[in-house]
Design a protein around this ligand. Structure first.
Ligand SMILES: [Zn+2]
Length: 202
């Protein structure tokens, strides 16, 4: 049975989110019916401002509020070391691990031919442009240890070879300590720190 229209609209919106099925969507919508209007207004205002008040960093494509994200703005970070991650959530996981002092490059996903995501749909051209400046001495490939993540890491090293960048930039891959198929986003800090420390040259 469908709910009355205003409720059903909210159910549909929740159901469109990843990991939320019809039952959870209905539970959340009916829960919100019992929340005071003032709180609901704050919630909806936060949603409205979510995209309006954020910007992607011009250098690393992390989420921030200004042209450069807080990591890139931090002068204590080592700008010669760049950790390549799939998403801003992966970046957050490394930041929570609290041992990494370099900066990042957020690709915006991984190469996935079956879903029609090719290298040019990711921020790989922008990464190559950063590498060409000569400021980067080490590139740490921290894409997920699954098929798409490995393919993405391989593609980046191939591109670097073609561009003659393999001799000037050290390329490492995180791995040891991070089980195959693991999701960086959900890995705990200790595991990520170990995976970073145990990175191997490619
Ligand atoms: Zn940045």
């Amino acid at each position: 049975m469908r709910s009355i229209r205003p409720v059903q609209k909210v159910i549909d919106a929740f159901e469109a989110l990843p990991g939320i099925g019809p039952k959870s969507a209905a539970r959340l919508a009916y829960y919100l019916l019992n929340v005071p209007q003032e709180k609901l207004s704050k919630f909806s205002e936060a949603l409205i401002r979510l995209k309006k008040d954020t910007k992607l960093c011009s250098l690393c494509f992390n989420v921030g509020e200004e042209e450069f994200c807080p990591v890139c703005q931090d002068e204590s970070r080592d700008k010669s070391q760049v950790c390549v991650v799939e998403t801003s959530l992966d970046l957050l996981a490394f930041e929570r691990a609290d041992g990494y002092k370099g900066i990042y490059h957020v690709l915006g996903g991984a190469v996935a031919p079956l879903s029609g995501i090719g290298p040019n749909d990711l921020r790989i051209p922008q990464l190559m442009a950063r590498l060409k400046t000569g400021e980067i001495k080490e590139l740490i490939l921290a894409t997920n240890p699954n098929m798409e993540g490995e393919a993405t890491a391989m593609y980046i090293t191939e591109r670097m070879k073609e561009m003659g960048l393999r001799d000037t930039v050290k390329v490492t891959r995180i791995g040891r300590g991070l089980p195959t198929g693991a999701d960086i986003e959900y890995a705990d800090g200790q595991t990520l720190t170990r995976a970073l420390e145990g990175r191997g040259e490619m």
